[in-house]
Design a protein around this ligand. Structure first.
Ligand code: 13P
Length: 254
């Protein structure tokens, strides 16, 4: 049975104190209000990670993720963070391949394949993001884009490694725009992704892989999105910065 997950991606928001307050509120709300089996992941900036993992130790269903790591194990890469460093402060997940990293930092499928390898080697579970731009959607090329991102980014993995991965479908045109994909549009791509996984890794692994939706997900549209057969939760940007909205999205599974 695949895991249901709601993950928040704070991106480059929240100073240290505000981040700790937000996270404490989320922990309390999850404890008091959330029933069900879904896992909650908070992907925060590097400065928060150690403190958040200490706070999360009291709440077993909330885990911590980072938003990036470097592809090398260690070395002379000024300003970068390694997977082992993240693991050493209690981080469990790392977002890789977010469209903002692809777009603004030139991250290619080949580079992302290296990052996925180093993350897995250090016991971090990648949340691997894929998704098409508006042009790619309008020109009908979106299935080709998804297929390429899967093939070049993660299909080199062994069955055992692939089973540790979470996939997030985030159409670029829906991120931060308020233009959420309709549940049908999202389900169509999620079903396509699962079909590709089945062709490569077999039905059992495909059925066990968690596939999240991301892009303007909010408390109003979450329940409809999460009720789709192949949508196993969300990767939440803006709405994860408000404890009430984030908790309401988590509760959309109940
Ligand atoms: P928004 O929820 O702000 O659209 O961001 C989605 C996202 O990029 C999560 O990684």
């Amino acid at each position: 049975m695949r895991k249901k997950i709601v993950a928040g991606n704070w991106k480059m928001n929240m100073d240290y104190t505000s981040g700790l307050s937000l996270f404490s509120e989320v922990l309390n709300m999850v404890k008091d209000e959330v029933t069900g089996t879904q896992e909650v992941v908070v992907c925060a900036p590097f400065i928060h990670l150690q403190s958040l993992s200490q706070l999360a130790a009291q709440q077993s269903r909330v885990t911590i993720g980072a938003q990036n790591c470097h592809q090398a194990e260690s070395g002379a890469y000024t300003g970068e963070i390694s997977a082992a460093m993240l693991r050493s402060v209690g981080v469990s997940y790392v977002i890789l391949g977010h469209s903002e990293r692809r777009q603004y930092f030139g991250e290619t499928d080949a580079l992302l394949a290296e990052k996925v390898n180093v993350a897995l080697k250090n016991n971090l579970k990648p949340i691997f993001c894929i998704g098409e731009t508006l042009d790619e959607r309008n020109s009908g090329k979106y299935f080709d884009v998804i297929k390429r991102q899967l093939g070049d980014g993660i299909f080199h993995l062994s069955d055992a490694d692939f089973s540790k991965l979470v996939i997030a479908y985030e159409p670029v045109w829906a991120i931060g725009t308020g233009l959420t994909a309709t549940p049908e549009q999202a389900q169509e791509v999620h079903a396509f992704i699962r079909k590709e996984l089945a062709a490569k890794y077999g039905e059992a692994i495909a059925n066990d892989t968690t596939i999240l939706y991301g892009g303007s997900c909010n408390p109003k549209n979450a329940a409809d999105l999460f009720s789709q057969a192949d949508i196993d939760g969300g990767l939440i940007g803006g709405a994860s910065l408000k404890s009430r909205d984030f908790t309401d999205i988590i509760k959309a599974f109940n």
